[in-house]
Structure formats: structure tokens, C-alpha cells
Design a protein. Sequence first.
Length: 554
Amino acid sequence: MVDYSILFGGKAGEGAKQAAETFANIVASLGYFIYIYDDYPSVIRGGHNFSVVRFSDKKVLAHNSKYDIVVAFDANTVDVHKKELTKDGVILYDNNFSVGNVKAKTLGLPLTKVVNDVQGKPIMRNIAAIGALAKMFGLDWNALEKLLRETLKKETDRNVSLAKSIYALKTIDVTHKVPVRKGKVLPIMRGNEATGLGAVDAGLKFYYAYPMTPSSGILHYLAENAQKFNITVVHPENEISVMIMALGSAYAGQKTMVASATGGFALMVEGVSMAAQAEIPMCIGVVQRPGPATGVPTYTTQGDLNFVLNAGHGEFVKFLVAPGDAEECYYYTGLAMNIAWKYQIPSFVLTDKQVGEGAFSFDKTGLKLTSEMPLMWNGQGNYNRYEVTKSGISPLAFPGSSANAIVKVTSYEHDKFGIATEDVKEIKEMIDKRLRKGRLLQKEIEKLRPVKVYGNKSSKTVLIMWGSTKGPVIEVAEKLNLKVVQPIILSPFPSFAKYLKGAKKVVCVEANATSQLAQLLKTNGIKVDKTINKYDGRPFFTDELYTLLKKEVM
């Protein structure tokens, strides 16, 4: 079995992340599955940054706490990670600095020297280091050069020359021979990028966002590809403007999405209630990070499930999905977009830094998305925006679509014409109309694969997880021969008891302190016997979770 973890570390600006991405693309081209985790502090320059590339001949969605190779672009990386190597692990470092007293195996590389020899920029040490890794993993130079030329977009000749200089060193041995793997070569995609792509394939036309870590990747991806996707991307002055402008676009008939980190989403909540009252379809991405307030802005958590489930005042229907990898981000974002327009409600895609900024091997096979049309007015007679219907869904018309269509929307309670009302009968009638959509949606979600099951389906011990805990939980469950249940649609909450039939022990694994999914399960009649939580801003490592779960189930 092939399963390796390589850590690239250095100061911000030294290219550790780029080195990780370049190496990951090279290994992916050999047919391996990839997962990349990025760790960085909330500073512009300096600080300790590192990225972990895990590659395997089977699908991987998480990383371990031990590394086979540490590639260090500064001495601090060695100091921080020297105790995190596997038994036979090795540290590759720039011999321009000293590593001090290290018990692990080390290999100094003349990275700075070869860069200076060609008058290159210091950041080019990162590509030079890839030459060493390629040699250690037994990659053919001609194949590597081809891959580098396909991957690198700037200073290509000079970077290839640097990698070749290091590759040719006699001090580097082939220690981890990795053959070319037969099978489909998959692209690597970050969760945020997959979220954006899913929205596009479901008909996105306008995207509004104010950049806020860790949601900014959606904005960057869609802005870079706006012409290709034939969409409009707007960066307003703040998150309040984001939501209000988006409501205007959706009112005018354009499929629209907004996204932010949970701190930015807090400013959008009044707009969520406006969308609910005015029945304006809105798809909202929320990428969690630790709070309260600014919290730990560049790290991860699952601490905002309750907040998003209850965002907005008043009683109204909302749709919420919590994907756990890039493929789920793609599919369930598209689903959320279509549901928002079908039911004219706010829908939410809830992820976190771990999923949003994590990079995964991405396979769209079987994930078919289309842009579904909402219920449209037939053009007959005069238009009533809030027509009372059996389903609760009123036919849509957009401004300018017909001389007979006066499309009134309001944040006030209103009658069927959209005129503000305080009449008791009309108030109740409109609330009942909106809530009927929830009963119809509740029935529909059972057909949308709201829950997934993995592992040993006859196991009496069941692990329940959501979102970013998917990767480590599934991997550990396979080792311990346990059953895993993953709810993805969390509002309306799906029929769930059937997935726990025969279970004697139910364990809920979450990256928060208060077991928010377990609370949601309890309110829906599901008893959880044990909770395992992590809430230090870092995700669960697979080996760490294995130790914790083994104590509980063995």
C-alpha cells in the first residue's frame, strides 16, 4: 500500500504552500489520491506556515500527526516538527542554516546556493526542493520535467533547471519507490472552489462577497473564472451590502449566491430574515472558523451549526447542507441553489476551514447537476406575488416580464398582493402559506440522499459525524470495523432512526466543544451515548482519533 505524508514548512512568503501544491499535482498525475492541509497564522508575512500533502493509492480525506518527510525552508520548521516524524522519517532542509541537535535523520540540500547560482529569487528554493523529493520517490527525470513544465506558469526554464540541479545530487537516494498507478488521474480541487463550481453548474449568475478567511477562496475562484463561467462577481464594501445587493439580483430573476466566514455572515442575518419574509430565493455559503468575535481567524471549527440553524428572526423554512469534502461541496451546493429557487427560501451551505481550504482529489463522475427552473407565473390575469397555494409556493414573475406583473416585495407582513398588512386573518394565512413549503420540502429531502452510511453496516457501534470530520472518522472506522452515519442535510432534519437500527452504542464525533450535532439529534429523538470533541482550532488527525475511539469501542 502507498500512503505518504510530506510536510512543507517555512515563513509566509517562502513558498511552502506552492511547493506542496506543485508536488501534489505531480503525484496526482501518477494516479494517486491527494489531500492537502494548510496551516498558517493570521499575519501578512513571517510566522510559521506549513502545508501537508498526503497521497495514497486509496481515497484520503484527512491527514495524520506524523510525517514521512519534512521539507524545511527555515530552522523554525525543523524545531517545530522534528518530533512529528514517523519512525523512518527524514528532514530535508536548506543547508544555508543549521538544524542544531536533531535525533531524526536529516539531509541538507544546497537550495539557496543553486538559486543564487542562477540569480533566482529566494522563493525558488521551493521548486528546487521538489527535485529532491522526486529523486527520493524514484520518479524519472524526463517525466518529472514534463510535469513541471505543465505545472509551472512563471520562470519555467529556471525552475526546471533548479529542480534538476538538486535531483542530480549523489547524496540523495531512492528511498520510497512509487510506481505509476493505473487508473483515472483526478484533478485536485479545494472545497471552496468546488462550492463555487457547484453553484455555477446549478445556474449561478451573480456572486457577491466580501473577502473573509476562510471563505475567500470561493470569491477568488469565481472572480478568476467569471468570464469563462459567464457570471458577474461583485466585491461590495461590507457583508451587509453583499446581502442586500444579492437580494436585489435575485428579485430581478438572477440565480445569486453570497458567502462569508461566520463572522461576516453575522452581518447578513437581517438579510436572511428579509429573504424569508419577501420569499426571495437566496443561496448562502458559510465557512466556519473559531469564534466568538475575531476568534482564531485562520483555523477551523464546527462551532456555528446552532447559529446558522437559527439565523434570522421569526419562524420560517430554511434548507441547510453540511458537505464533508470537495465532491459533496460541489453537488450539495448545486442542490442548495436549486432548492432555494424551487421553494423561494434561504438555503445554506455550511462548511469550515478544513473543508473549504482543504484540497482533495475531485471526481465528478455520477454527480450530475442541472439548473432547475422555479415555478413561474403563467402570465394569465393580474399577478399576485404571494398567491396562496396548496404547496405554499407562489408562482414567480420578475420585474419587466409582463405589463400585468406588478412584482411587489416587502419586509413587512403582507397580503397576497405584497401590500403590508396587520390584519389577523391575513397574517396567519401568510405564515401558514410559508410554513407549508417546509412540509413539502421535508418529503422531498428523503429522495435527495440526505444521509450517507459507510463502514461495517452490521456493527453494533455507530459513529455519527458531519462536515469536516468525515475524513478521519471514516478512515478510523474502517480500521476498527465500525459503522459510520453522516447526515448531510441538516434542515429540515431527515428521518434518521432507521440508520441506527440495531445499534447498541452511538458515538458522535465533532470539532466543537458543545456537541451541537448531538444536540440536534437529541431534539429529533436520537440518543447519543458518547461524544468525542476537539475544539483547539485544529482538525482531528486520523491517528489521534484512532486512539480516542479505540478506548471507547474496544
